[in-house]
Design a protein around this ligand. Structure first.
Ligand code: GLN
Length: 182
């Protein structure tokens, strides 16, 4: 298994370390040539969704990524990566995401909460978005204070928080096991 990690900007190195810890091969994607390599999944990291959007267009990567995800390539988006998959960006997931949803005062915080069938998952939030609305095909995996912070649609997984910044490997393992769409 080999996972591509979008490395245009943001927190990609931490995802790479996490996957190596789990014994999974990775490669970093900085341009279209990198993207051509054979892959079994894609991680879109946290960072700045506006910058990521601009660089993806500059590198002519928007359409190829969108096509690959629509064709069923498993994808895991964290934080800005979640924003990239919503209706207003790559539009591969049927959801509306609110950027910087926790405001300036509570821009960054840490909590432990439930995700899918797991409890006490470690969740660092950094100027995080949350999901405001989901379409029918989207399964909600985690809710915090009434807001959706993790969801899945087929082989697409998104989290508002950054599991790659913790020693808790379970969310990445969930992604790696997410073979079939439903
Ligand atoms: N605030 C960023 C954005 O809107 C996301 C923050 C993050 O990825 N840690 O793109």
């Amino acid at each position: 298994m080999k996972i591509a990690i979008l490395a245009l900007q943001g927190a990609f190195a931490e995802h790479q370390q996490m996957l190596h810890k789990l014994g999974v091969e990775t490669f970093l994607v900085r341009n279209l040539a990198d993207w051509q390599q054979q892959k079994d999944g894609l991680i879109i990291p946290g960072g700045e969704s506006t910058a990521m959007t601009r660089i993806m267009h500059d590198q002519r990567m928007w359409q190829p990524l969108q096509d690959a995800i629509r064709e069923g390539l498993p994808v895991f988006g964290t934080c800005a990566g979640m924003i990239m998959l919503d209706r207003n960006h790559l539009a591969t997931m049927d959801m509306e995401v609110k950027r910087n949803a926790y405001g300036r005062q509570l821009g960054s915080f840490y909590t432990e909460s439930a995700f899918a069938d797991m409890v006490d998952v470690k969740m660092p939030f950094i100027r995080a978005p949350y999901i405001e609305e989901v379409g029918e095909g989207v399964e909600v995996l985690s809710v915090l204070d009434g807001h959706i912070i993790a969801a899945r649609q087929g082989r697409q997984l998104v989290t508002s928080f950054h599991p790659e910044l913790t020693d808790d490997t379970r969310v990445h393992e969930y992604f790696l096991n997410m073979k079939s769409g439903h």
